[in-house]
Design a protein around this ligand. Sequence first.
Ligand SMILES: [Zn+2]
Length: 324
Amino acid sequence: MRKRRVTKYTIGVDLGATNMRAGLVSEDGSIQRIRKCATKASEGPEAVADRIAGLVHKVARPQWPSVAKIGIGSPGIVDKQGTVRIPPNFPGWIEFGLAAHLKDTLSVPVIVGNDVNMVTYGEWKRGRGRGAKDLVCITLGSGVGGGIVANGQLVVGHHWGAAEIGHIVVNAKGPRCHCGNRGCVERYVGAVWIVPKVKRALAEGVPTIMRQWVNDGAVVTPRLLTQAARAGDAYSCGVLGEMGFYLGVALVSIIHLLDPELIVIGGGIARAGQPLWGPMRQTVSERVMDLPGRKVRIVRSALGDRAGIIGSAMYARERLRCGS
Ligand SMILES: [Zn+2]
């Protein structure tokens, strides 16, 4: 009798400081379903790990017996063994063997990688980067994250700290960044800096359509800024234009360092369209060194916030297949 082929699922987990999401991913990289819950990072690493285990069970049911592997994208420095060090916004979490802990709890192989590296892996294997050998992925959120694929390999660095694209210096005497350095691109593009800047401008009386919206109860977010720019608001277009300029300056350094064929940009603010992308592209084309035949494509992410789940699952499958 011929054996019926059972679909093997992999679970991809996108661990964030506020929420975690887990997706059941089939072999072709499509997500069957997603579940999410609060991370409650302040309860400490073991409690977070137990919540991940609970979420994994929830998303896996009733396919649990055929779930072969679990991949997790975690903030922080993540080594080959899946030990997570100093994830930002996880109070008291210095070092924790997340993969080892979950392997014991779930009795299934668990692979953990850095969250932006997992997003990059997703974009590479199932998103805009399919077929590329040299690509860079940038995520625009509270901060600016990065991931690199060079010569068909995910670049993690000798100390697991590669691709800190947010901390590329674009203004050596610029304002102080959280990292202690000055003038990092994140300082000009990260929502954690942009939102207070817009709030200050509103308090100072700068003319903008957002004032009316805020008076009507809207909250200042990157999305509000984008909406205002779409409505033709000059102030918002100016803010996004400056962000685009500094992002472009960082991209020039990235292109000079890595010579990628493709740069994928994701995150909410990447949806801002021309007010951001216009100055960014213009800065790149004005400043990047000309090489014969060089044509770097700069595109927006296709997978959006599913990239981390898909990437974690695909990465776990690949690592365990290779036995590395
Ligand atoms: Zn910095």
